[in-house]
Design a binder for this molecule. Structure first.
Ligand code: NAD
Length: 480
């Protein structure tokens, strides 16, 4: 797909920049298409359109919530009619197995738009409360925060963009979305859907670009809030810029979450369950919340390592368009090199390579990495502390539940985690003691209506649910 426009001010606008972003298939290594690579002037145009739409006295920000909700539901309808094409485009660009693209990327944005539309019509935007000193009353108002700069990564390009724009639009904000350069083609379909839904001009804008466009958006004086998902390194840079500008920012960053297997489980049943492989290896390991550090009780350590090796060896690696494929390629050649460097580093640090470690022999093209398992890993080693973002797991022994909690918390990250047990209450007791933003008991995955986000190097703030919506609102107290 060759595309020569940016989505600005409600239509396709010719870019100022003459540079292009080529998109390469990670499976065939062949070009898939290209889009304009927005420069600062293009970002300025998009922000101006969003600013004008936000400042319109009778515009989007001032519509009754029910009217905005209707528009969001139309946007969801328009996305749903394109869900198959969106899923295929995501798989083509990123190598995401098609079953995941269809179930997550094809569905989540519409779900989130409908959910946010429901929240904005249900949650009161104003309330009157008695003054604390009982001498009158105060009106407390929730207004939209303003123009939002939304910056998304490549690993779930549609869903993670929607984590931001669904809440922001529902709150009455206007949005400039910058997708990741690796996955820009699917956002052409997103723009088509926004147009078909009849969102007013400038309410939703999309600029393709990389770090230059992203930095211009973060620093723009007419942007009121930044919502970012991506790496910790870039998130820290954005936080520094937002701190200087005193600009609110939500950061969803990296993770290195623990999967705690308690000693009461049926190891074979747990490790071979679809929930366990999804929690550890979803999207070929390119998932921020994946449990990639498996903590195994010493009493059952050998049994767990053996079951995991057989689970990893059984995963189907191949063409991501084949519905039977469980592990596709890494998103880019550069990213595969990064994953392979981590694998080499793990072996050099003395971890025991149980299975994998190379490239699958049956794939002669594409940026594939074999599902790789390390055992006897020291939790202090780089392979246990650094995010790899590929199909690589490590198994670390622990002594008792308290030791497992200590190891789970011994990480600079704090995004997610999981516990596997025959006793849900025991699992919840472990979950309560782990300092992460989300946690799963026995493979229950993310609830799209609950706050989502991380602690420590995993980020700041929360997306989704009422708390996510609130992050796109500003508060005003009027003393009466
Ligand atoms: P990345 O940080 O390289 O890029 C993310 C986005 O930021 C891209 O759109 C990129 O173009 C843009 N960007 C790059 N430099 C910028 C700058 N200086 N200023 C503004 N924008 C800039 O991350 P990635 O490689 O696309 O994504 C993978 C990372 O995302 C992993 O670390 C993963 O853990 C993280 N992630 C986190 C979550 C979460 O919810 N916590 C979810 C998915 C992915």
């Amino acid at each position: 797909m060759e595309h020569d426009r940016l989505f600005i001010g409600g239509g396709w606008a010719a870019p100022h920049s003459t540079a292009r972003i080529p998109v390469i298939s990670p499976t065939s290594e062949q070009p898939l298409g290209s889009v304009p690579d927005a420069d600062e002037a293009d970002v300025n145009s998009a922000v101006s359109a969003a600013r004008a739409a936000f400042d319109d006295p009778g515009g989007w920000a001032h519509w009754e919530p029910a009217r905005r909700a209707e528009a969001l539901n139309r946007f969801a309808d328009a996305l749903e009619t394109r869900s198959g094409r969106i899923a295929r485009q995501v798989t083509a660009q990123s190598g995401m197995p098609i079953t995941i693209s269809e179930s997550v990327e094809g569905r989540t944005p519409a779900f989130l738009l409908r959910h946010a539309a429901g929240l904005i019509t249900r949650e009161p935007l104003e309330r009157v409360q008695e003054r604390a000193d009982s001498t009158g009353s105060t009106l407390i108002r929730h207004d939209p925060v303003g123009v939002v700069g939304a910056i998304a990564p490549w690993n779930f390009p549609q869903s993670l963009a929607a984590f931001k724009y669904a809440s922001a639009l529902a709150a009455g904000c206007t949005v400039v979305l910058k997708p990741s350069p690796e996955t820009v083609l699917d956002s052409v379909l997103l723009a088509d859907a926004a147009m078909e839904a009849g969102l007013p001009a400038g309410v939703m804008n999309i600029v393709y670009g990389g770090a230059e466009a992203g930095s211009a958006l973060v620093a723009h004086r007419d942007v009121d809030k930044i919502g970012f998902t991506g790496s910790t390194a870039v998130g820290r840079l954005i936080a520094e810029n937002c701190a200087r500008l005193l600009r609110p920012v939500t950061l969803e960053l990296g993770g290195k979450s623990a999967g705690v297997v308690l000693d009461d489980v049926d190891v074979g049943a747990v490790v071979n369950s679809p929930a366990f492989s999804a929690m550890t290896m979803f999207n070929s390991g390119q998932t921020c919340w994946a449990s990639t550090r498996i903590l195994a009780p010493r009493s059952r350590y050998a049994e767990i390592v053996e079951a995991m090796a057989s689970m990893m060896d059984g995963l189907v690696v191949g063409d991501p368009f084949d519905p039977g494929t469980q592990v596709g390629p890494m998103v880019s050649e550069k990213h595969r090199t990064r994953v392979e460097n981590h694998i080499r580093g793990g072996a050099a640090e003395g971890a025991r390579l149980v299975t994998g470690g190379g490239r699958p022999r049956h794939m002669d093209k594409g940026w594939f990495v074999e599902p790789t398992l390390f055992a006897d890993v020291d939790n202090a080693s780089a392979i246990a502390q650094e995010e790899i973002f590929g199909p690589v797991l490590c198994v670390i022994p622990y002594e008792d539940d308290a030791d497992a909690v200590r190891l789970a918390n011994d990480s600079s990250y704090g995004l997610s985690g999981s516990v596997w047990t025959g006793d849900t209450d025991r699992g919840i007791a472990v979950a309560r003691r782990v300092r992460t933003g989300v946690f799963s008991v026995n493979g229950k995955r993310t609830d799209l209506g609950a706050p989502f986000g991380g602690e420590k190097n995993s980020g700041l703030g929360r997306e989704l649910g009422t708390e996510g919506l609130a992050s796109y609102q500003r508060l005003q107290s009027i003393f009466m």
